[in-house]
Design a protein around this ligand. Sequence first.
Ligand SMILES: [Zn+2]
Length: 96
Amino acid sequence: MLNRPCPSCNNELSLRFRCNLLREPTVRCPYCAKDLQLSSKYQLFNAAVFGVSTAIICWVIFGMSVVWIIVISVVLGHFSQKYLDVLFPLEVAQME
Ligand SMILES: [Zn+2]
């Protein structure tokens, strides 16, 4: 269920394999040997969803002021967002 297809060859990549991206910026597909990275599209999407949901929780449950909400959203997002990103499909790394 947590497998995602390789964006290049469509072979299934397990969550365990994709978790290597928590330590490395790119991973090499074991099937087609392309370098893969977290999708910038999903990273942007997750950052927005994560920021908004953190802000709502802080505001509704803790009644925090706007400044604290922004600080907490940014700090939490910085440290935890990649754990969310590995759940989404990867993209082929662009080699400069
Ligand atoms: Zn592949």
